[in-house]
Design a protein around this ligand. Structure first.
Ligand SMILES: [Zn+2]
Length: 83
């Protein structure tokens, strides 16, 4: 059975680190966010984790303020813990 990746899921730290590692790149020695205002990077990582219900997880992330890749990093765990 596939699982929803909440911030209390055992794979959350893995997910968080992967997203944090790929969301920023250096261009001309300046930090750039690769977030395009959608959940493309998030979706890719969720799929790579296996056993995760990507569709349901994206719905949850949006409810928790993660409307884009950087929003997932900034808001999801915070909103989840304040619930
Ligand atoms: Zn963003």
């Amino acid at each position: 059975m596939k699982e929803v990746l909440t911030p209390s899921h055992k794979l959350w730290p893995t997910f968080r680190k992967k997203l944090g590692d790929i969301i920023t790149i250096y261009v001309d020695e300046k930090l750039h966010s690769r977030c395009k205002g959608d959940l493309a990077l998030t979706t890719d990582i969720l799929q790579s984790l296996g056993n995760i219900d990507v569709k349901e997880t994206v719905i949850l992330f949006k409810e928790l303020g993660g409307n884009c890749d950087c929003g997932v990093l900034l808001n999801v765990a915070k909103s989840f813990n304040n619930k």
